[in-house]
Write a protein that binds this ligand. Structure first.
Ligand SMILES: [Mg+2]
Length: 144
């Protein structure tokens, strides 16, 4: 599995925030500023997860999700889609799930929540550095 994440979002501040947060964890971010570009990139590129804003300048996020799920590209039937919505109305969550999103989170974006939700689907490619201390051996620690 790769680590390419597509973020479909028209707000540049959110885009910058999410780009920094995800690149810090080793993910690669593909960016689309409107819904139609987002669908096109999802169909053209190798994408492992989609972050989807609901309020977009052309087609809304619900329509984006429906088009992605209805795409002829096989992996888009199963690709994880996380809706990110500013809509506080209770019905919007169900609407996002009904359109094919797997989960949703609300704005303002909380970075820890974002990391957790993304990692639930796509493990962070950032390798954990295991420190080797002077005097220890590779095959065992001081008590081995
Ligand atoms: Mg928006």
């Amino acid at each position: 599995m790769g680590s390419n994440i597509l973020y479909i979002e028209d707000n540049p501040d959110n885009m910058t925030l999410v780009k920094r947060a995800l690149e810090a964890r080793g993910y690669r971010l593909l960016q689309a500023m409107n819904g139609l570009d987002g669908v096109a990139i999802a169909e053209r590129e190798e994408v492992d997860l989609i972050l989807l804003d609901i309020n977009l300048p052309d087609i809304d996020g619900y329509e984006v999700a429906r088009r992605i799920r209805g795409s002829g590209k096989t992996n888009l039937v199963y690709i994880p889609i996380i809706a990110i919505t500013a809509n506080a109305l209770k019905g919007d969550a169900e609407k996002a799930l009904g359109a094919g999103c797997d989960v949703y989170m609300s704005k303002p974006i909380n970075i820890r929540e974002l990391w957790a939700r993304v990692e639930a689907f796509v493990p962070s490619p950032q390798k954990t550095v295991v420190p080797l201390y002077r005097g220890s051996t590779i095959h065992g620690g001081p008590n081995a």
